[in-house]
Write a protein that binds this ligand. Structure first.
Ligand code: FAD
Ligand code: NAG
Ligand code: NAG
Ligand code: NAG
Length: 505
């Protein structure tokens, strides 16, 4: 035996030893896990879909939902038609939402939040676009210089090109145990963006005070009902939608996507409120889930089922989701961050144009941002039914407007904004986190085989973010369950390009 072959057998011996050690150190299972998913919004239903895709027909998946499938993607009936009451717009580069829509043969509806835009400072419409592109351009440059154009390339260069990397990372099977690690894998600057305010970041990048105080503030109020001082990551997500012409929604309602995901995942829907998750230390399934069925009366006893894996797919916030965690070695508690109240008010009316300083209704914008932090409403927009604009909409007929505010508006406030009002409906949401600089980014793993999708909302809340969180957790479960530890928190572009180089050779 020469030196080289000796070395070779020695290395293979070490390899065998290492493989053994790895197998001992991790849990490898032969049977697929029994999985409970709590919440049937886009997060819970896409998790069910991704898990079925991976584990095949044998995995048992139960999805618990206390209200209705879709969660914050919901429609309301107003004036004989359905309107989006929660999540209404989707960005053209939200790849999971785009692909799900295609996959299920659903139709995208363009023109969401398009039309003329105005920015109202509480007294005057300080800026508005025109029907004429050239006029709009001239007005934009006059008021904001080139900032309106630069912001698009700024967001594309700093956010989107980097953000889109998540799809490749996830399709390679990589997974992350914390929200911060997921952000870092996309770009090393993303966690920093959660620690600085959007206004500071834009000021440093050379954007003018006026642009920040009017346009940026207007977009932040419209999308998250929140002020300047918002972390730059969620602020950038908000700006990615402002002024983007390709925004869309799903014809028939965005909730059709979670409905179809659930259907195609063949998971069992249990219409019930989960009240307790108990850790079971002894042999057998790790968790017991206790729930009260919506159909059972108040006096009916609790129901219980056992699972190997539990996914929390709803914000762990006392007022949103009240679940008790019992018998855990270390306490698991709800996250303390406050949630922001957003009220959507639907009215069928004509805008009181004199309130906004207008004399002719035909010039009035379709979407109004507001940039006064003390004003009681955040935005007003003409709103179309989920089936698209009805052909009967005529000049004389009143339009449907949706007003976003941080509290339920008074009758007087609505009467002052609109004339000739004939119908009104109010939907109050605990909508998304109230964002603060330095908010702690939660973990995706709360305990062995207990996962939390909605931690990702602390980076930014959107339909696509929950789908990304769900894919991450599906990958984590697969990697944990099959003992594939090198795809957990180990991503680096350097290694990945080395691998692709090798396969090309
Ligand atoms: C007014 C408003 C406007 C928005 N606009 C947009 C937008 O334009 N574009 C966009 O992308 N995003 C938007 N968002 C954000 C978006 O709606 C959310 O980020 C997304 O829908 C979150 O999905 P999810 O599945 O993570 O949570 P959810 O949709 O909240 O789903 C959680 C589900 O869990 C259920 N549940 C809770 N507790 C229990 C329990 N104990 N037992 C059983 N079930 C339980 C709930 O009933 C709910 O159905 C908006 C949100 C609001 C409120
Ligand atoms: C992270 O993003 C910045 C742009 O914001 C870019 O210059 C940098 O190259 C990115 N990092 C990696 C590793 O791609
Ligand atoms: C979306 O679908 C396209 C075409 O089928 C595919 O190439 C792409 O990888 C999909 N993207 C994601 C994020 O799943
Ligand atoms: C419209 O707004 C103006 C200015 O705020 C107000 O004086 C007037 O009463 C409002 N009109 C209606 C019909 O409420």
């Amino acid at each position: 035996m020469n030196m080289a072959s000796l070395l070779k057998s020695f290395t293979s011996l070490i390899c065998i030893l290492l493989t053994c050690l790895q197998t001992i150190g991790s849990t490898e299972h032969e049977n697929p896990p029994r999985i409970a998913i709590i919440g049937a919004g886009i997060g819970g239903t896409s998790a069910a879909y991704f898990l079925r895709e991976h584990f095949g027909p044998d995995v048992k998946i139960d999805v618990f939902e206390k209200r209705s499938v879709g969660g914050r993607a919901a429609t309301i009936l107003f004036n004989d038609e359905q309107y989006e009451a929660g999540a209404s717009i989707i960005h053209p580069r939200n790849m999971y939402m785009v692909n799900f829509t295609k996959l299920f043969g659903l139709e995208p509806l363009g023109g969401a939040e398009s039309g003329k835009l105005g920015i109202f400072d509480g007294k005057d419409m300080v800026f508005s676009t025109s029907d004429w592109g050239v006029v709009t351009m001239a007005k934009m440059v006059w008021r904001y210089g080139w900032d309106v154009f630069s912001i698009r390339s700024y967001i594309n260069d700093h956010l989107f090109t980097e953000f889109l990397k998540i799809y490749d990372i996830q399709s390679l099977g990589y997974s992350f145990t914390t929200v911060a690690d997921l952000l870092l894998a996309m770009n090393e600057t993303f966690v920093e963006l959660t620690k600085k305010s959007i206004d500071d970041v834009l000021k440093d990048a050379g954007f003018s005070e006026r642009f920040i105080n009017e346009f940026v503030m207007g977009a932040l109020r419209m999308n998250y009902g929140q002020k300047l001082g918002l972390p730059a990551f969620v602020g950038s997500v908000s700006l990615a939608a402002a002024g983007e012409s390709g925004l869309w929604s799903v014809k028939g309602g965005n909730k059709l996507v979670p409905q179809k995901l659930l259907e195609s995942s063949k998971a069992t829907l249990i219409e019930a409120t989960v009240t307790k998750v108990t850790f079971q230390d002894d042999v057998g399934p790790m968790y017991e889930v206790e729930y009260a069925k919506n159909s059972d009366g108040k006096d009916a006893g609790p129901n219980r089922r056992e699972y190997d894996v539990v996914i929390i797919a709803t914000p762990l916030h006392d007022k949103v989701t009240d679940i008790k965690f019992e018998e855990f070695p270390k306490p698991i508690h709800n996250f303390p961050q406050p949630f922001h109240t957003t009220v959507a008010t639907f009215v069928e009316a004509k805008p009181n144009i004199s309130y906004f300083g207008y004399s002719e209704v035909c010039h009035f914008p379709d979407v109004v941002f507001t940039c006064d932090k003390d004003l009681y409403f955040n935005s007003i927009g003409k709103h179309h039914p989920v089936e698209g604009t009805s052909e009967t909409e005529s000049e004389n007929k009143n339009s449907i407007y949706k007003i976003f505010s941080n509290a339920v508006p008074t009758v007087q406030q609505i009467d002052n904004l609109f004339a000739d009002k004939n119908d009104l409906r109010i939907v109050e949401w605990l909508a998304y986190p109230q964002y603060n600089i330095g908010d702690e980014l939660p973990p995706f793993v709360l305990h062995d085989q207990l996962y939390y999708i909605n931690g990702i909302e602390l980076a930014a809340s959107a339909l696509e973010m929950s789908a990304i969180g769900a894919k991450n957790i599906a990958n984590l479960i697969v990697n944990h369950w099959t003992g594939n530890m090198d795809k957990i928190d180990e991503f680096s572009w350097r290694d990945e390009s080395l691998k692709t180089d090798k396969t090309e050779l």
